[in-house]
Design a protein around this ligand. Structure first.
Ligand code: SIN
Length: 552
């Protein structure tokens, strides 16, 4: 068996306090804060966030937010590009929702106070990124789009005193009622005074908006809080997680030397959108002839081309050439990337930028319907933690902020129509367990080698065996590092199961032992669940066939 066993629930002290609200939102990026702002009309809303409010992935987003906002563009064109990037697995209905509701959602964000870059006539400046056939990426502060969106949302939440926020709080597990529906959460608050330590919050609905899982890998563009918590606690609560094998590696992450670990600086696709191109160590361009869009091919294609270059040359990076921009364009259009390159001793105005792929985004996540409802009644999900069906096997650049925005609004609309009743939590008989935080660096190394960009049955099996041994190591004292390590372990195990099961290469899942896309056998998704064993749980994958999609 490849996927290692993991705990059925987190070992933690019994809750020392209880509170009650109507809706708990877990996470405070674009999806969480949008959901909170919209859901406040329904009753009391509590946002729980692991660090300070603006610490998640949203604020790091550079390129922008994609939407058909110009007269030369249309939702239909945006739909086509999204389906092609999704490599046959995007759900056309979910994509249609995204592209048709997207433009108004962005306009509402502007209304709320987000300031996007405009041209001389005052129209939005729209750029292009990988996989887009039109200029449709709105950006802010040049390359600081996420930071501006987060600023505007945090300001709006601060103007809404009825939204309560608890910072430095990790949700441990979901509470369920006798009928299997959500009854609230247990959480650990690093606070002082009234809410401190482990507590329970009873609620009518829980909205997961807790972001991604980048910390599963040694090098990632994700911040340290991205430890797959939402996916892990959804799995433990019996929810379905879909398409987890499709982990997107961003092609152009600043290469900081061999063995660089943790969060790495992104060099946005928008840099290529504005004319930069990739070159090898001889200075030769290598994307031309590989795809009609060359350097702006969908992300998985560019990442694979870079990996092939690196394997063939024995080097661990390639280069991005953006010297043609000149000083002024760098300063105005990409101030964040310019500063980040310079802080690492690289001057992109005159020098090539060393880049290599690093883990960036999980295209899969907690399965939802078109209204953000998961397979557990009362549990909703939006943003990177969710799998709405939009991204399929590979997310189109700059569709992630839009997806978080559009589907968070849909969840609030659906709760307005029917807010679940408050339920009594049932006794929890699952066996608690914990993975020791000391194993995380080795877990990241094992995942990078065995379940990273290039995978194989033998590599995945070795990774599974190694992780199983690591997870046997007992944790001393329950606390945030061990809880996060257990979440990482749970998601790693599920990802290995999915990646082992899918015996083909498609989108961002690359199997060297099954190098071709296999529509006959693999046109569909893998649903992961976490069935309980004697004293642990082990992920199981079920194939859900889909008809081949239009436009692929
Ligand atoms: C980028 O700016 O290249 C990242 C955008 C994205 O991940 O969609």
């Amino acid at each position: 068996m490849t996927a290692p066993a993991v705990p059925q629930r987190l070992a933690a002290p019994e809750p020392g306090w209880t509170d009650t609200v109507d809706v708990v939102v877990i996470g405070s990026g674009i999806a969480g804060l949008t959901a909170a702002l919209k859901a406040r009309a329904l009753g009391s809303v509590l946002v729980v966030t692991k660090d300070v409010v603006a610490s998640g992935s949203t604020q790091w987003a550079q390129g922008g937010i994609a939407a058909a906002l110009s007269p030369e563009d249309s939702p239909e064109d945006h739909l086509k590009d999204t389906l092609v990037a999704g490599a046959g697995l995007s759900d056309p209905e979910a994509v249609r929702v995204l592209v048709t509701e997207g433009p108004d959602a962005v306009r509402d964000l502007i209304e709320l106070g987000a300031v996007f870059d405009t041209g001389a006539g005052g129209d939005l400046s729209l750029t292009r990124e990988g996989g887009h056939h039109r200029n449709r990426i709105a950006h802010a502060g040049g390359d600081a789009t996420g930071a501006e969106i987060e600023r505007a949302l945090v300001a709006a939440v601060k103007r809404a005193p009825d939204i309560r926020i608890i910072e430095h709080a990790l949700v441990l597990d979901l509470l369920k009622a006798e009928d299997g529906a959500i009854a609230g959460v247990t959480l650990h608050v690093m606070g002082e005074g009234q809410l401190d330590g482990v507590g329970a919050i009873r609620s009518r609905a829980v909205i997961l908006a807790s972001g991604g899982l980048g910390q599963l890998y040694a090098a990632t563009t994700n911040p340290s809080v991205s430890t797959g918590d939402g996916m892990a606690l959804a799995l433990r609560a019996g929810a379905k997680v879909r398409d987890l094998e499709f982990i997107q590696f961003h092609p152009t992450v600043l290469w900081l030397g061999k063995g660089a670990k943790g969060q790495q600086p992104l060099v946005s696709e928008a840099v290529r959108g504005e004319g930069a191109f990739l070159v090898d160590h001889e200075g030769k361009r290598f994307m031309q002839g590989q795809h009609e869009l060359a350097d702006l091919a969908p992300r998985d294609i560019v990442a694979k081309a870079i990996m092939r270059q690196m394997l063939a040359s024995g080097k661990d990076h390639v280069f991005l050439d953006a010297r043609d921009f000149g000083d002024e364009k760098w300063r105005v259009r990409f101030p964040t990337i310019l500063a980040s390159c310079r802080s690492h001793g690289i001057d992109p105005v005159h020098e090539l930028i060393p880049v290599a792929p690093a883990c960036h985004y999980s295209s899969g996540g907690v399965w939802t319907d078109l209204h953000g409802q998961t397979s557990v009644p009362g549990l909703y999900a939006c943003g990177e933690v969710a799998c709405t069906g939009v991204h399929g096997a590979n997310r189109l650049a700059s569709n992630s902020l839009l997806e978080g925005l559009v589907f968070a609004r849909r969840i609030a609309d659906s709760l307005t129509k029917q807010l679940p009743v408050l339920r009594e939590p049932a006794a929890d008989h699952r066996v608690p367990g914990l993975v020791d935080a000391g194993v995380v660096p080795e877990l990241q190394r094992v995942m990078t080698v065995g379940a990273g960009v290039i995978r194989s049955a033998s590599g995945l099996s070795e990774a599974g065996d190694r992780l199983a041994k690591l997870f046997e190591q007992p944790a001393e004292q329950p606390g945030t590092p061990d809880w996060e390590a257990t979440n990482l372990a749970t998601v790693a195990s599920a990802l290995i199961e999915a990646a082992t099961t899918r015996e083909e290469s498609r989108g961002s899942h690359w199997r060297e032992d099954y190098p071709d896309r296999d529509d006959e056998n693999w046109s569909g998704s893998l649903d992961l669940t976490l069935p309980a064993e004697d004293d642990s749980a082990r992920p199981a994958a079920t194939f859900v066939a889909q008809a081949p999609r239009e436009g692929n």
